[in-house]
Design a protein around this ligand. Structure first.
Ligand code: KG4
Ligand code: ZN
Length: 366
């Protein structure tokens, strides 16, 4: 690639509107120049979860002002943008259509090409936005609200699925358990906060598929066990905890026990994936990657195995535009893909990550 490319990235797959500007470099990792995010959390809180139609309408309101903000922050003009990248899927159809529509309209009006990106590839490559980017190959633990996957990553566009959830995702297990405990939306961070006060050993909860011998996950049984436990406790949920931890309620103990179960499965399966592949590098991405206990336990376990762990910066664990701009810039820089000057667009609400592989021989091995 002869000239550095300025890539504008737009993320609108769920409840966050993200826009960012990334520039490719002749050598090395592309550089983030500016990013901006608008979270719709407050708007959806009243409904206890994401309302897709409200999400789409709010993306429409936010996306252009955020693009302006990002260009101003980087001191660049819209006319300088070389490629407009957007999240094509997976995600909420209406929300995706907003980002895709705006990106293609911008591209058409500027006479610049567009690139539809895979949201999970954005998460997967988000640690490259950190000051200490990983090197290929690595094992990736992708833990978001909708996905839980272990992948072998040999390069940009070379993703091999090692294992994934057969039902709920890890983020979903956090969110649904939090809802059962009346912790509202978004449940993951709320449950994690309450868990800080509780005792993770207070309740014996299942560790589904821990000894299955493969790298698949299952979290729906855990949610049922949490429900059964919460029902059994009834009003006692708010009483002092069964563990006797100072001042902690039974609810805090249940939150801590739920978190401990999810984290233990994620850590053990990640170690299994590292052992199976013989790789010594782990990348953790997606919203659940922000979880403090998960980071602590992965760090400890990996240190003992001589494995280096990379995370995205904390604020880039959840959805953002920077990861979309970065993934697009890396694809372009690696010569893997060309941006298109066809502005007709579609979105892919369901879209497996290995469908975008450049090496068709890669296949599921576990
Ligand atoms: O990657 P993300 O922002 O969106 C999707 O692509 O799904 O992930 C959101 C998920 C939610 O399930 C949220 O509850 C969870 O990440 N999450 C957390 C934490 N922060 C976000 N789960 C546990 N602990 C956290 N600190
Ligand atoms: Zn996401």
């Amino acid at each position: 690639m002869s000239k550095n490319l300025l890539v504008l990235g737009i993320e609108s797959s769920c409840d966050e509107t993200g826009v960012a500007l990334v520039e490719t470099r002749h050598e090395g990792v592309p550089v983030l120049l500016a990013d901006a995010l608008y979270s719709q959390i407050e708007m959806h809180q009243a409904y206890g979860g994401v309302v897709p139609e409200l999400a789409s309408r709010d993306h429409i309101r936010r996306v252009l002002p955020l693009a302006r903000q990002v260009l101003d922050a980087a001191g660049r003009g819209l006319g300088e943008v070389d490629v407009v990248a957007y999240t094509r899927g997976p995600g909420l159809a209406g929300a995706l259509l907003v980002g895709a529509g705006v990106a293609c309209a911008l591209g058409a009006s500027l006479g610049k090409p567009v690139l539809g990106m895979h949201h999970l590839e954005g998460h997967l490559l988000s640690p490259f936005l950190s000051a200490d980017p990983p090197q290929f190959p690595f094992v990736a633990l992708l833990v978001s609200g909708g996905h839980t996957q272990l992948m072998r990553v040999d390069g940009v566009g070379r993703y091999e699925m090692l294992g994934e959830t057969i039902d709920d995702a890890a983020g979903e297990a956090f969110d649904k358990s939090a809802k059962l405990m009346g912790l509202g939306y978004p449940g993951g961070p709320a449950l994690a906060r309450l868990a800080e006060q509780g005792d993770g050993a207070a309740f014996k909860l299942p560790r589904p598929l821990l000894h299955s011998g493969n790298l698949d996950f299952s979290f729906s049984g855990l949610k049922t066990a949490v429900l059964t436990q919460a029902k059994k406790l009834g009003d006692a949920l708010d009483a002092p905890g069964v563990s006797g931890a100072s001042g902690a309620s039974a609810k805090a103990d249940l939150a801590a026990s739920t978190q401990a179960a999810i984290v233990e499965v994620l850590v053990k399966k990640s170690l299994m994936a590292l052992k199976q592949t013989g790789l010594k590098r782990l990348v953790v991405a997606g919203g659940v990657g922000a979880n403090r206990l998960l980071r602590e336990q992965l760090n400890g376990a990996c240190e003992r195995q001589g494995v280096r762990v990379h995370y995205p910066e904390l604020h880039l664990c959840t959805d953002n535009g920077a990861m979309i701009a970065m993934a697009a810039a890396m694809r372009l820089q690696a010569g893997m893909q060309e941006a298109s000057e066809v502005y007709a667009f579609d979105v892919k609400p369901r879209w497996p990550l290995d469908a975008i592989n450049l090496a068709p021989t890669l296949s599921r091995s576990a």
